[in-house]
Design a binder for this molecule. Sequence first.
Ligand SMILES: NC(=O)c1ccc[n+]([C@@H]2O[C@H](COP(=O)([O-])OP(=O)(O)OC[C@H]3O[C@@H](n4cnc5c(N)ncnc54)[C@H](OP(=O)(O)O)[C@@H]3O)[C@@H](O)[C@H]2O)c1
Length: 278
Amino acid sequence: MTIPTVTLNDGNQIPQLGYGVFKVPPADTERAVAEALEVGYRHIDTAAIYGNEQGVGAAIAGSGIPRDELFVTTKLWNDRHDGDEPRAAIGESLDKLGLDAVDLYLVHWPTPAADNHVHAWEKLIELRDAGLTRSIGVSNFLVPHLERIVEATGVVPAVDQIELHPAYQQREVTDWAAANDVRIEAWGPLGQGKYDLFGVPAVAEAASAHGKSPAQVVLRWHLQHGFIVFPKSVRRERLEENLDVFDFALTDAEVAAIDAIDPGDGSGRVSAHPDEVN
Ligand SMILES: NC(=O)c1ccc[n+]([C@@H]2O[C@H](COP(=O)([O-])OP(=O)(O)OC[C@H]3O[C@@H](n4cnc5c(N)ncnc54)[C@H](OP(=O)(O)O)[C@@H]3O)[C@@H](O)[C@H]2O)c1
């Protein structure tokens, strides 16, 4: 099975579907990532704060898969934006991952109260130029944060990784990203299991029409919108299910019905708001 790739604004390619390891317990991460690689995933999304980079690295080392066939993302945590901390932080992440460079390094949150995301972004540009990461991007950045870093540096992030699922579609950010050649990575693509996404008629009806699971329909909706996704599961059968989304396509009407799930008032958000994380 071939997973489609998306071309980033720096010319690098990223597999559109990957495996995210938020809340995969550190002691279980090597097993889970090894299974993900066995069933065909080639893109892993982790973060320093997840505490499981070492397990990701062990699974990569044990897999025997050539480095250039893998895409690995990790993220700079909020308390390491200042001074030369970003360089120290990526060094620690690379040691744990057992890699010379990651494929994508992200500023994890804008931390507006600390007012230091422009500095963090300037540091990520240096890390990319030093060859420690091939691409750089941000996460949880809203339009004012995005505009500020681009205005300050002239460097447009390759991606913005944001909470995005049918109940919370963040159209202001996705419109800005489309206009500025930034790819959207949708975190919590299944709504983190925190609302009854799978029972929503538009999802349930499309699932039954295509003989697919509701999770597969939601992932397909993301892919057809061009979003990059990396659903998390610790269960092998779900790893396989979440990857098995390339043999069907939602109709335009089915996509539109899922588009209409978002009430548009922000009430579908299931996790923290970027202004509140500092
Ligand atoms: N940048 C950020 O601030 C940020 C924040 C959050 C997440 N992320 C990234 O995005 C990735 C994905 O988001 P997420 O892990 O928060 O949420 P998610 O992928 O939307 O949902 C994960 C939940 O869905 C369940 N699940 C997975 N596949 C399923 C299926 N086929 N059917 C039914 N349930 C299923 C999982 O349970 P089981 O494990 O029990 O199967 C887990 O409880 C993360 O792992 C992380 O890499 C980034």
